[in-house]
Design a protein around this ligand. Structure first.
Ligand SMILES: C[C@@H](O)[C@H](N)C(=O)O
Ligand SMILES: C[C@@H](O)[C@H](N)C(=O)O
Lengths: 164, 164
């Protein structure tokens, strides 16, 4: 597969919520997201890493407009499941590079991380798919990150950036 | 967006590697993935969650054939960066539901988690995109998970399952 990074996208309309210390056994993910779906809260990124000592963290993003409602919903779930904490951050931006054949080229993700690192942008979360690599960063870095990625991947004038 | 879950995909050819306790400051992600790209190791999923106390875990998947080489490469990086541990697991399967409009329907992810939960399948990692929701599970659950998801999303005969 020839890699074609066709664009840079960003989204500042989201907020992230992390439920810290969820028990790692079957049914927990369903218990967290069922009340959110029932409340018609649209969830975008969901990230769960491997667990240590039977606990892991679950982070997801929601539209800024649903942030408070989502936190309240999760607080109830948290108490029921016996999690350690719930953290929220409305001050994030999701920055993505999009293209085909991304997966088979580890170099693309590495290049993206290198570009952000050179600009001193800290990466808070990472999620990848075949057509997209997304990094969550502090919202204040949105323009810097988008411009640096545009230049770094030779995508020409920044004006072509899409919001996603 | 009308949700159309068009299929279930699975991949048992991967292994996962978790670097535990990476320092959460700019440049670390680039430091981890640059040696892997230089060694031409193809990385598939990359998952990093929000950090606690300045440390976070970084998990990624590689083809089973590259597992040992990737662990050796990361061991050197781990010592350089001062991480806590490195864990590997060759016994995993990535199970995905694919379709369009997934993101705007939290119900789809919730339904997937509910189906896996009912079968007693523990979810080790979660990663989502607009067209795909992937869960990493123990490889022994591959067939059970694929069949249950097929039935749960009304996708007809299991034979249509694709490997991805
Ligand atoms: C943490 C959560 O994903 C749990 N392992 C589950 O299967 O629901
Ligand atoms: C952990 C790692 O992602 C780090 N935050 C970085 O920016 O490289």
């Amino acid at each position: 597969e020839q890699v074609v990074v066709s664009g840079v996208a960003y989204n500042r309309d989201e907020a992230k919520i992390t439920i810290v210390g969820v028990p790692d056994h079957p049914g927990i993910a369903a218990a967290i997201f069922t009340p959110l779906s029932d409340a018609s809260i649209v969830v975008d990124m969901i990230i769960q890493n491997a667990s240590s000592d039977g606990r892991t963290d679950m982070t997801f993003t929601v539209p800024k407009g649903d942030f408070k409602r989502a936190v309240e919903t999760c607080r109830k779930t948290m108490e029921k499941l016996g999690c350690n904490d719930i953290r929220g951050d409305e001050n994030i931006a999701k920055i993505s590079i999009v293209g085909v054949g991304m997966r088979s080229h580890a170099g693309v993700a590495t290049k993206m991380f290198g570009i952000l690192s050179k600009e001193g942008v800290n990466i808070q979360m990472i999620s990848t798919s075949e057509i997209k690599i997304s990094c969550v960063v502090d919202a204040k870095y949105t323009e810097l990150a988008v411009r640096a990625l545009h230049d770094g991947f030779g995508l020409g004038d920044v004006d072509g950036v899409s919001k996603s």
